[in-house]
Design a protein around this ligand. Structure first.
Ligand SMILES: Cc1ncc(COP(=O)(O)O)c(C=O)c1O
Length: 367
């Protein structure tokens, strides 16, 4: 279906950047730069400087970034990792693939981990906390890090949706021992396929991830450990290098659109808007998520008006039968699963499209 307001901007972005991307791809191909070449190094350097960390290591996806970080941090079978269920399944999957046990706690009003529940979930087996900075807003990292330090727990941040978001001026991903990013095409910084990255200030973690992503190859002939084929593709790095330059501008545009949505929608009684940026939190609005009671009807209505929306996790992860996590009781997460709907927010949107969405949502309530 051709939407008047599509949810993703792949085609519009290609229209704007196609030539620059072609040059970068052509350059890599013509030099035979395909695996771990200069383009990956350049991207890692730029990301480390953007995030304000010492090291950044490109990997094959956000899920691999999480899995390799847990491995690099020495997580073992029997260890417990505290995280949330109001999220894409990837973070919990990474924990399970390590042989560790996810301990799921509820989220609070900002849709992020309810920090007040962490201490109750800590047991003698707890080794790590994995906060998820959902929708482009960070968790309250000051309080979370204070608890982690007090209990000597490792913090691995799932920053897949929060590139450029800050808490008290510090970038998401740079608080814990490792910060994990996804460059899935729909993300703020999207590859032309799958890609991810781990950032860290810990040299040991960075070295471990470099080894793990490339079958433990320390040098041409020396294998230092069992590893995987989890490298960042060189061509994806070439593409990401082009797009990374636009990130500040795209973040600013996202902020402008979020402001327009706020002004246009804040006074509809049934619509709860996402939290806005303030002195502490700078949000990058990876997703603009409304909470409404008539969610499914609103989705159908907006579709009829040519507006594409997304309903993330209508069945919360802990209610997915096959995953055997249903012993967790997470009332707020369960409530959100019935209420959330994401409306389009991409830098390529015209103001007229933003206005169109605002009018359509308002019309739904005066019908
Ligand atoms: C919060 C979150 N964590 C992890 C992932 C997994 O990233 P990927 O799809 O690159 O494996 C995603 C995204 O897609 C995500 O949104």
């Amino acid at each position: 279906m051709d939407y008047k307001v599509p949810f993703v901007g792949y085609i519009a972005q290609y229209r704007n950047l196609g030539e620059e991307l072609s040059v970068a791809i052509e350059e890599a191909l013509s030099k035979g730069d395909l695996i771990l070449r200069q383009q990956v190094q350049d991207f890692e350097d730029s990301m480390a400087s953007f995030l304000g960390v010492k090291y950044a290591v490109g990997v094959s996806s956000g899920t691999d970034a999480l899995y390799l970080s847990l491995q690099a941090a020495g997580l073992e079978r029997e260890d417990e990792v505290i995280t949330v269920a109001h999220n894409f399944v990837a973070s919990i999957a990474a924990i399970v693939h390590c042989g560790a046990t996810p301990i799921l706690i509820d989220v609070s009003d900002d849709m992020n981990m309810d920090i007040g529940q962490i201490e109750k979930a800590i047991s003698p087996k707890t080794r790590a906390i994995m906060p998820v900075h959902l929708n482009g807003r960070l968790c309250d990292m000051e309080k979370l890090m204070e608890i982690a330090d007090r209990y000597n727990l490792v913090v691995i941040e799932d920053a897949a949706q929060a590139l450029g978001a800050t808490y008290n001026g510090k970038k998401g991903g740079s608080f814990g021992v490792a910060g994990c990013f996804s460059f899935y095409p729909a993300k703020l910084l999207g590859a032309a396929g799958d890609a991810g990255l781990v950032c860290t200030n810990d040299e040991g973690i960075a070295n471990n991830i470099r080894l793990l992503r490339d079958h433990g190859r320390k040098s041409k002939d020396i294998i230092a450990c069992y590893g995987f084929t989890n490298r960042l593709d060189n061509l994806q790095a070439a593409i990401l290098n082009v797009k990374l330059k636009y990130i500040p501008q795209w973040i600013q545009r996202r902020q402008e659109i979020a402001d327009l949505y706020y002004q246009g929608l804040y006074n509809i009684p049934d619509v709860k808007l996402p939290p806005v940026s303030d002195d502490h939190f700078f949000n990058i609005y990876q997703n603009y998520v409304l909470r409404v009671s008539e969610r499914d009807n609103l989705a159908v209505y907006l579709k009829k008006r040519g507006i594409e929306t997304i309903i993330s996790n209508p069945i919360p992860v802990h209610h997915q039968q096959a995953l055997r996590l249903s012993h967790f009781k997470l009332p707020y997460t369960e409530q959100l699963a019935k209420q959330v709907i994401s409306i389009p927010l991409i830098p390529e949107m015209e103001n007229s499209q933003v206005e169109y969405v605002i009018h359509a949502v308002r019309d739904f309530y005066v019908k």
